[in-house]
Structures are given as structure tokens and as C-alpha cells.
Ligand binder design. Structure first.
Ligand code: FES
Length: 103
């Protein structure tokens, strides 16, 4: 089990079907709201290190803002390249806080 850290307040989460960059424990994460469900993953795109947290959500995937590679925010899998998986983190809502589990 990892350490749970406050990511943000519930009122600060990205609006539905969008992403934001957030920092937890000094680590920059891409936080995605896909259909009302929150996910967190590494912010650096494995292609050329584009900032995934500045990307968009399309058909349930987070698209990198630089060359539009798509990532499944639940698994981190990349549509374009199986080797380009990103790390994902468990997100949960606890009262008014949104927590992320970092290892
Ligand atoms: S840097 Fe993300 S798709 Fe190229």
C-alpha cells in the first residue's frame, strides 16, 4: 500500500472530460476527469515528454497536447505504442478532499 496524499479539494478537480496538471508530494501529475471519474497518471508523455495535464479528453482517452498520442487514464496504456505505458495512481474522494496514492 502506498502513501495517500491530498491532491486537491473536491471543488478544484478538472471539469468533466478534461485534464489538469497538479502536484502531489513534489510530483507533477496529470489528473483526468473522464465521464465524472477521476484518474491520476504521470504527467510526462513517454513520446517526447509532452505535458499530458495540458492535453484533452476524447473518447475516454487522455490525448497528449503535442502529438495527440492517446492514453487510457485507468490503465496508463497508450493507443499508439504498447511500450509507452504511463504510470497511474489511485485517486479517491475523502469528504471534501481528493487523495492520491503514491508509492
Ligand atoms: S510528446 Fe506526447 S505525443 Fe508526442
Amino acid at each position: 500500500m502506498g502513501t495517500k496524499i491530498k491532491l486537491c479539494a473536491l471543488g478544484e478537480v478538472p471539469r468533466e472530460n478534461s485534464v489538469s496538471e497538479m502536484t502531489a508530494d513534489g510530483r507533477k501529475l496529470c489528473v483526468a476527469n473522464v465521464g465524472g471519474k477521476l484518474h491520476a497518471m504521470e504527467n510526462d508523455c513517454p513520446h517526447r515528454l509532452g505535458p499530458l495535464g495540458e492535453g484533452t479528453v476524447e473518447d475516454g482517452l487522455v490525448l497528449c497536447p503535442w502529438h495527440a498520442w492517446g492514453f487510457n487514464p485507468a490503465t496508463g496504456e497508450c493507443r499508439e505504442s504498447p511500450q509507452a505505458k504511463v504510470k497511474t495512481y489511485v485517486v479517491e474522494v475523502a469528504g471534501e478532499d481528493v487523495m492520491v496514492e503514491l508509492e
